[in-house]
Design a binder for this molecule. Structure first.
Ligand code: PMP
Length: 308
C-alpha cells in the first residue's frame, strides 16, 4: 500500500490527499483513456533532486498528443506541480506520478466534452522488484502474452490502457513464481518487461530492442545507453531473438520504478554466471553515482529542488 502523504496536486491546486476524487462514470475508468508518468527524485548531497523532470513531462505531452488529448495546463505548470508535491509533503527520495485522464460528462467512446483532468501525486516507493533485486538479480520468464502489434495500441504512449497488457504479463509471471515477465513483440522478438526495458550483454556489447519492437521509449533506457556509450561500451538497438536471452553474458532491466535490475535466469536457464554481471554492476554504479555525486551530471538531468 502507498504510504499516504498529506497532499496531492489536482487540477491546478494542492489539496488534501483524500479530497482528490473522480466520478465513477469518468471516461478513463471505462475506456483506459489516461496518460501518465513515473518520475523519481533522489536524496543527494545538494538536497532532493528530481531526475529528468522535463524529459518525463515531455513524454507525458507526447502520450497525450497521440490520443489528441489536450492537457489544460502548460508543461511548466506540471513541472512546478511535481516540485510542489515533493516540497508540500516534505518528501525526500520518492516517486512522482503525474496522470491526465478524460473525466466525466458523456459515456460514449468518443469523449464528447469530457474534461481532461490532471493530478500529480508523490510518495515513497522502494525498489519495484524488491529490496534485494538490485544486488541479487531476479528470475524472469518469457511471457505467453505478446506486446501490442504495430498500428494497434501505440506503445510509445504511456497510456493507462497499455497496462492491461502489462497486467497480463506480470500476473502470469508471478503465478509461475517469477519476479517479472518479458513480452515478445508480434514478430517474436524481445520487447520489454511489464514495466521495464531490457538489455542483453554479450562479448562486451549491449543490445536493446529498437522502438519498432513495441516498447515504451524508456528514459532509464536512454540514460543507460548514454552512460554506457560514455564509458566506451558499444550499444546496439536491434531486433533480439528469444534465445539471445539464454546465451547472454548478462541481462538487465531498466525502469524508473525498478531502476537497474540484473536478471539471473530466464525461463529457468541461468544467464551468464547466474548473478549480477560486471557490466551491469558498473552501469548501476554510474547510474546511482548521479545521485551520490560520483558520476558528474554533464547532461543536466538532475534538478535540485530543496533541502528536507
Ligand atoms: N516499459 C514499460 C511498459 C514501462 O511501464 C516502463 C516504466 N515507465 C518502462 C518501459 C521504463 O520506462 P522509464 O525508464 O522511462 O521508466
Amino acid at each position: 500500500a502507498i504510504k499516504q502523504p498529506d497532499y496531492i496536486w489536482f487540477n491546478g491546486k494542492v489539496i488534501h490527499w483524500h479530497d482528490a476524487k473522480v466520478h465513477v462514470l469518468s471516461h478513463a475508468i471505462h475506456y483506459g483513456s489516461s496518460v501518465f508518468e513515473g518520475i523519481r527524485c533522489y536524496e543527494t548531497d545538494d538536497g532532493v533532486a528530481i531526475f529528468r523532470l522535463q524529459d518525463h513531462i515531455r513524454r507525458l505531452y507526447d502520450s497525450a498528443k497521440i490520443y489528441r488529448m489536450e492537457l489544460p495546463f502548460a508543461a511548466s505548470t506540471l513541472e512546478q506541480a511535481c516540485r510542489d508535491v515533493i516540497v508540500e509533503n516534505r518528501l525526500s527520495a520518492s516517486y512522482i506520478r503525474p496522470v491526465a485522464f478524460r473525466g466525466y460528462n458523456s459515456i460514449g467512446v468518443l469523449p464528447f466534452d469530457n474534461p481532461v483532468e490532471v493530478a500529480v501525486a508523490a510518495f515513497e516507493w522502494g525498489a519495484y522488484l524488491g529490496e534485494d533485486s538490485l544486488a541479487q538479480g531476479v528470475d524472469v520468464a518469457v511471457s505467453s502474452w505478446n506486446r501490442a502489434a504495430p498500428n494497434t495500441i501505440p506503445t510509445a504512449a504511456k497510456a493507462g490502457g497499455n497496462y492491461l497488457s502489462s497486467q497480463l504479463v506480470v500476473e502470469e509471471a508471478k503465478r509461475h513464481g517469477y519476479a517479472e515477465g518479458i513480452a515478445l513483440d508480434t514478430n517474436g522478438y524481445i520487447s520489454e518487461g511489464s514495466g521495464e526495458n531490457i538489455f542483453v550483454v554479450r562479448n562486451g556489447t549491449l543490445y536493446t530492442p529498437p522502438a519498432t519492437a513495441a516498447i515504451l521509449p524508456g528514459l532509464t533506457r536512454d540514460t543507460i545507453m548514454t552512460l554506457a556509450e560514455e564509458s566506451g561500451w558499444k550499444v546496439v538497438e536491434c531486433n533480439i531473438a528469444r534465445e539471445a536471452l539464454y546465451l547472454a553474458d548478462e541481462v538487465f532491466m531498466t525502469g524508473t520504478a525498478a531502476e537497474i535490475v540484473p536478471v539471473r535466469s530466464v525461463d529457468g536457464q541461468i544467464v551468464g554466471a547466474g548473478c549480477r554481471g560486471p557490466i551491469t554492476e558498473q552501469l548501476q554504479q554510474l547510474f546511482f553515482g548521479l545521485f551520490n555525486g560520483k558520476t558528474q551530471d554533464q547532461w543536466g538531468w538532475l534538478e535540485h529542488i530543496y533541502h528536507v
